[in-house]
Design a protein around this ligand. Structure first.
Ligand code: C5P
Length: 406
């Protein structure tokens, strides 16, 4: 594990009872060699004294946005630039809600908004607050934008409840932070992810499209970035924010997506084709809006689009290729056959219907490779993406090891 030595860590502490554990976390970080600046929200001081943290870190605690003394030394924007990483532990439901909507009404929330540094959140709250749809939606939005969620753990709570919402233990959080600093599994590697639908133009105002929301591809881009990858996200038209640190290329049609993928290919070691690419496009795109007057029907002639994934995987010099298979029937057999015909290293299959798979926040996947398979249970796509990236990294590493020994 990479020590945090020499790294500049902003340790954010918000007002939860788990704040008492932040002193131990600060001590472990300092012992690991990190330069730690504690930033507390105003009410956090109700749970832990700033003097304790100043004594441990050797730096006065910052808690105010409008503090002439500190602003004269290192202003809040400088502090935002100074940070190599921001770790908020504990992160309360209220704090998570504030940063999820982009509030910057105190120093810590301002830093989260102003800094490009990786943002790690260790939630701590009552299990009912954690399970509340509002908290879950806020967390999902933050993870989608590239924040990394550390925990929470399950167990006894200070309020007497039992369940998820306990802050991870300081030693575990140190390990999480160290892992995030090496970028863990895809550090410095270039990865292409396609996402969303494609729109195939019929005339200047109409297109043929599909129901893909892009959520899975965007979640994958965020999860890969959290693993240190340089992600190029090539997306069809979707209404989603770009995850933190991700390079995004917007396209509309399958042909544009193919061109963008091929242009990015030379540097990439991994290609994840998550987009729902239209299989066909209109043979002719009318230069003017097609008129209905005087007609009772309209015949469209469609031609096949190139299969981007199959084309990439057929190349002699090719990245590790992962495909998706959205099937309504006979999921496993269809996915296996797709993996073979397209020559893929791995395929993630999901059962779709009008209400499941496309557009929803949750999904389940059956992940298949040449000599193994794993079923990932129905869960938010943001969490599913983290698990899928882990499986891809396992196969990617195993393949690299075989190549090196062969
Ligand atoms: O053949 P099918 O469309 O079911 O295959 C799905 C997989 O192939 C997905 O990974 C999708 O992104 C990719 N694909 C592609 N180009 C196409 C069609 C599908 O990259 N034209």
């Amino acid at each position: 594990m990479q020590p945090s030595g020499g790294r500049r860590v902003v340790l954010g502490i918000t007002a939860g009872i788990a704040a008492f554990k932040a002193a131990e976390l600060a001590r472990l970080l300092v012992r690991d060699g990190a330069d730690v600046q504690v930033v507390m929200t105003r009410s956090a001081g109700q749970f832990i004294g700033p003097m304790t943290l100043q004594a441990i870190t050797g730096r006065p605690v910052r808690d105010a946005l409008f503090d002439p003394v500190h602003e004269a030394a290192m202003g809040h924007i400088e502090l935002a630039r100074w940070a190599d990483v921001i770790l908020v532990a504990p992160a309360t439901a209220d704090f998570i809600a504030r940063i999820a909507i982009g509030m910057a009404d105190d120093l810590l929330s301002t830093l989260c908004l102003a800094s490009g540094a990786p943002l790690l959140l260790a939630p701590a709250m009552n299990q009912a607050m954690w399970g509340h749809p509002a908290t879950q939606a806020n967390v999902a939005a933050l993870v989608e934008r590239g924040a990394t969620l550390l925990g929470p753990d399950d167990g006894d709570q200070a309020c007497g409840d039992t369940g998820p919402g306990r802050m991870r233990e300081p030693a575990a959080l140190l390990g999480d932070l160290q892992a995030s600093l090496v970028g863990a599994r895809f550090a410095g590697r270039r990865v292409i992810v396609t996402a969303g639908p494609t729109q195939e133009p019929l005339d200047p105002v109409r297109f043929l499209g599909n129901r893909s929301s892009g959520k899975m591809g965007f979640a994958l881009a965020a999860a890969l970035t959290a693993q240190g990858a340089e992600v190029v996200l090539i997306s069809g038209p979707v209404a989603l924010p770009t995850p933190r640190g991700v390079e995004r290329i917007d396209v509309e049609s399958a042909l544009q997506m193919r061109d963008a993928v091929l242009a990015e290919l030379p540097e990439a070691v991994l290609f994840i084709a998550c987009a729902a690419v239209a299989d066909y496009r209109p043979l002719e795109v009318a230069a003017h809006k097609i008129k209905k007057e005087g007609t009772s029907s309209l015949k469209l002639e469609l031609v096949r689009n190139p299969d981007i994934l199959a084309e990439v995987s057929a190349r002699a010099e090719r990245p590790f290729c992962v495909g998706f298979a959205a099937e309504t029937d006979d999921l496993e057999a269809a996915a296996e056959s797709k993996m073979r015909t397209k020559g893929l290293d791995m395929i993630a299959a999901n059962q779709v219907s009008v209400s499941r798979g496309f557009g929803t926040d949750d999904n389940a996947l059956l992940v298949i490779w040449n000599d193994g398979r794993v079923a990932l249970a129905n869960q938010p796509k943001t969490q599913l993406a983290v698990q899928l990236v882990d499986l891809i990294a396992d196969r990617f590493d195993a393949q690299a090891a075989t190549k090196n020994s062969g």
